[in-house]
Ligand binder design. Structure first.
Ligand code: BDR
Ligand code: CA
Length: 315
């Protein structure tokens, strides 16, 4: 039974942005999907593509379908992409997201089917069919995006924007220097940042500003909806020693509420080998040609209030 009726919000529509979300759900990926699915007046979701990352591919694609079912958005196709990084062996994060990738929730298996077509091919095909018309939100390892770029270098000019969660201007979260998504597939991150595509980077320096504190999680539970209980359950499991940072949802929030964010043009280089693999070295403009807009600050209180409002749209 659908939990959300997009038609109810479409009359409010002004200008919609067409997007593809490339993800590895993952608990914070799930929150990002729920925010996007709850925002049909601003976001036209062309597809969801999945990649191996937080958990193996068979789970990330099934989890994307479970969240789509929860949101009642069965018309959005979910495609499976790359099962492993370009060169390195896959490293997962089940200690953070649980074995299933969505531990803490009691979601049923997905009822809706996987769409045919490899995720990387879907990115390439859809974006080259609508030059300048699709914004890509990668919130997992960048393997699918790097594949699309390798198959079609023009992709870099055809994509409207790549709004990515990954990297950091400072310390990492899986090694002293590297953030998880870039660390899992540093070669893919390198290819994307060298491609010339317009990139907006949400690294740990900004995603760590938005944390789900116990009272916010309680407010979700108090919605007394399936989405409220499911999200609260997952966030209670996720990174349970700390107030969990909501990483991936910032990319969706940035499209909805750019006025809450500030960033600067910077030069970002990705280390691909050695102990620092996955490190993003972020330099001031003037110290190298800028290749990304790097987000530096977000109004976290306003962000969390607006996110809660959107999740409250689910019945
Ligand atoms: C990133 O790593 C993953 O575990 C999260 O889903 C997020 O995309 C944060 O470093
Ligand atoms: Ca993710």
């Amino acid at each position: 039974m659908p939990q959300f009726s997009p038609a109810a919000y479409l009359p409010l529509m002004t200008k919609r942005e067409t997007i593809i979300i490339d993800c590895d759900p993952g608990i914070d990926d799930a929150v990002a999907l729920l925010l996007a699915f709850a925002s049909p007046e601003e976001l036209d979701i062309k597809a969801v593509t999945t990649v191996a990352g937080n958990v193996p591919l068979h789970r990330t694609e099934a989890n994307a379908r479970r969240i789509r079912d929860l949101a009642g958005r069965g018309e959005v196709p979910v495609h499976a992409g790359c099962p492993r990084p370009l060169i390195r062996a896959l490293k997962t994060a089940d200690e953070i997201h649980g074995k299933t990738g969505l531990d803490g929730s009691d979601l049923p298996d997905a009822l809706s089917a996987l769409a045919p077509g490899h995720g990387a091919d879907v990115l390439r095909r859809e974006i080259s069919a609508a030059p300048g018309g699709i914004t890509l939100l990668p919130v997992g390892p960048l393997t699918n995006v790097a594949h699309a770029l390798a198959a079609r270098p023009e992709f870099a000019q055809e994509v409207s924007n790549i709004v990515v969660m990954g990297g950091s201007t400072g310390p990492g979260n899986v090694t002293p220097h590297a953030e998880f998504n870039f660390h899992v597939d540093p070669h893919a991150a390198h290819i994307v940042f060298e491609s010339g595509a317009p990139i907006v980077m949400h690294g740990l320096n900004v995603t760590h500003q938005v944390r789900a504190k116990p009272d916010w999680i309680q407010a979700l539970r108090a919605l007394e909806t399936t989405v409220g209980h499911t999200t609260a359950g997952m966030l209670t499991f996720y990174d349970s020693d700390n107030d969990p940072a909501l990483h991936d949802v910032l990319t969706v929030g940035y499209l909805l509420w750019p006025e809450l964010f500030s960033g600067e043009a910077r030069r970002v280089d990705i280390v691909t080998e050695g102990d620092e693999a996955g490190r993003s070295i972020v330099r001031d403009a003037g110290d190298g040609v800028p290749n990304a807009t790097v987000m530096l600050d977000v109004d976290a209180d306003a962000f969390l209030a607006r996110l809660l409002d959107r999740l409250a749209r689910y019945s």
